[in-house]
Design a protein around this ligand. Structure first.
Ligand code: IPE
Length: 252
């Protein structure tokens, strides 16, 4: 499908990851305004930050099935999703919430099945689907976490969007204190494990998990850009296709 753009905004941008359920309201509003100015054809995915990771960790959800953990983690991320959707509405977009728990099944932590038909119809009708990292049922483990990054790569594989942008709280992939303008799979051995930890509680792998996800996507021919969404104007630049941050190179 042509003309589609997929944007993920990380939970560490939208929330204070160290403090339970604390949204950074001004940042959410600014980002909503930037997204509203981006026009149609966009699918938005946001992370959970302190709205999901802390609950998931407290219930040990990744290791052990917990009905209460499923409910509390989902409710928490839905509260952040409500805030994002509300801000986007206020900024003049036509957002619609899409909760992965209701449309996705995992198999040992990876998406085994996801109904993306509604998302496609929404975009075709000029709506802005707003997905989020979520808890999801898992055929093997009972339940697991589907990160926003995994949702992005799944959607991008299916829809072959023209742009995939991942807005984070850092400038991109930093190695030895320097921003890498491009990363290919062959660079991974050089980069090693020096990618820096994620701030606060993170159950989905921080920058390393993100890079792994995007390199797998790149192997399937879809490039993406990791950029700093804390800097005003960067979302617009990324959605215009500028290489502002780290470009994760897809095979030609
Ligand atoms: C995690 O989503 C979802 C839950 C913990 C429920 P993400 O992995 O996409 O969230 P961020 O961007 O790291 O906060």
């Amino acid at each position: 499908m042509t003309g589609i753009k997929i944007l993920k905004i990380g939970g560490s941008v939208l929330t204070d990851k160290a403090r339970l359920e604390s949204a950074r309201f001004e940042v959410v509003e600014r980002i909503a305004a930037e997204i509203a100015g981006a026009g149609e054809g966009l699918i938005l995915v946001h992370g959970a930050g302190s709205f999901g990771h802390i609950h998931a960790k407290n219930f040990g959800l990744v290791e052990m099935f917990s009905p209460e953990g499923v409910l509390q983690t989902h409710r928490s991320v839905v509260r952040l999703n409500d805030l994002v959707v509300e801000s986007l509405t206020g900024a003049g977009s036509n957002p619609v919430p899409v909760h992965p728990l209701s449309s996705t099944i995992l198999k040992d932590g990876r998406i085994d099945l996801m109904e993306i038909g509604p998302v496609v119809e929404m975009v075709n009708r000029g709506l802005l689907p707003v997905l989020h990292g979520d808890v999801a049922m898992d055929r093997v483990k009972g339940a697991g976490i589907v990160s926003g990054d995994q949702l992005v790569s799944h959607l991008a594989r299916a829809l072959k969007p023209e742009i995939v942008g991942l807005g984070t709280a850092v400038d991109g992939v930093i190695h030895n204190g320097e921003l890498l303008a491009e990363v290919r799979r062959s660079d991974l051995s050089k980069i090693g494990s020096d990618l820096g930890p994620s701030a606060g509680v993170d159950v989905t792998g921080g920058m390393r998990g993100k890079l792994q996800e995007l390199l797998d996507l790149a192997d399937d021919g879809v490039s993406s850009t990791i950029f700093n969404a804390e800097k005003p104007g960067m979302i617009e630049r990324a959605l215009r296709g500028e290489r502002a941050g780290t470009f994760v190179e897809g095979r030609a």
